[in-house]
Design a protein. Structure first.
Length: 302
């Protein structure tokens, strides 16, 4: 079974033969160091914490920035000696990526834990204060607890007995997880998106009113694109064009077929517009990343 699990990904330390004690010791030491640093930061004055956070953020950002720009050694074996300083520093950066990734995964886990703590605290407060929305908070916390327990139980059972991954061998835990995740959560997601579609349609109707030349162009383009997605309308348009051209594929009127016009709009108007938006979003993300890296973003501070 261990061989099968090893093929699926890294094994937990408690399933690695001969490595459980060392791994547990490393985890314990890491946790102690992390808690010590955390409580040490809490003991510092508020003004003294900012330089520490700024320095750590700068170092982490600088690592990935340099690693992105520095030449990468091609097909270098782990035991191979670098030829020069450039290649040696590139190999050092490559070796540091897994370590940095592990640190980032740890930070993501901490942030996820903080998010869970925040949700539980907010809704527990609502319940204790008998807020008007307290029944919804009770449902949320009970659902959260049920999904958490069932998910962990299912994961551990499948980890110990891979046969449970097959539906034919499912037990009560697997059926409960399937009912809550596939039967309820995904169905409610689909229902929520279907409700949102009506709001989008209402907003589009209000936005597409003919008030200017630009609004008229937008309305006409949207109408063409929506009609092109209706199979019956597209077929009728094609038949009309065939009647005009007499089936001649080289006739100029073929350019006015609904499908042809819609494809032209997608390729020559929609695609360039999306690229322009993505380019603008990319520049904005780069700007925000630089501001966060250089600790210039102070929107959340007072």
């Amino acid at each position: 079974m261990l061989n099968f699990l090893a093929q699926q990904g890294p094994l937990p330390f408690y399933l690695v033969e001969g490595g459980s004690q060392d791994a547990a010791l490393k985890v314990a030491i890491t946790m102690l160091i992390g808690f010590a640093m955390f409580f040490g930061m809490l003991q510092l004055p508020a003004r003294a914490r900012r330089p520490v956070v700024v320095t750590i953020t700068m170092l982490f950002g600088a690592f990935y920035f340099v690693q992105w720009l520095w030449p990468v050694p091609i097909k270098m074996e782990p035991t191979e000696i670098p030829l020069n300083g450039v290649e040696g520093f590139g190999k050092l950066l490559q070796d540091g990526v897994p370590i940095m990734s592990s640190i980032l995964q740890t930070l993501n886990g901490i942030l996820l834990g903080l998010g869970v703590y925040s949700v539980v605290k907010i809704h527990s407060t609502r319940i204790s204060k008998k807020h008007v929305d307290a029944p919804f908070s009770i449902v949320l916390l009970l659902s959260f607890l049920a999904m958490l327990i069932t998910g962990f139980a299912d994961y551990n059972q499948v980890l110990r007995d891979p046969k449970l991954a097959d539906q034919a061998n499912w037990g009560i835990v697997q059926y409960a997880k399937d009912m809550m995740f596939d039967g309820m959560l995904q169905s409610m997601d689909a229902a929520m998106f279907s409700i949102i579609a009506f709001f989008i349609l209402s907003a589009a109707y209000r936005a597409f009113r003919i008030r200017s030349v630009e609004a008229t162009i937008l309305l006409g383009t949207a109408l063409i694109m929506m009609l092109s997605l209706m199979g019956l309308v597209e077929f009728a348009s094609g038949e009309v064009i065939k009647g005009v051209t007499g089936g001649d594929p080289g006739h100029f009127a073929n350019n006015f077929a609904l499908k042809t016009v819609a494809d032209w709009i997608r390729g020559n108007v929609q695609a360039p517009g999306i690229r322009a938006l993505e380019f603008g979003v990319g520049i904005g993300a780069l700007s925000m990343g630089l501001r966060l890296w250089l600790s210039l973003e102070k929107g959340g501070s007072k």
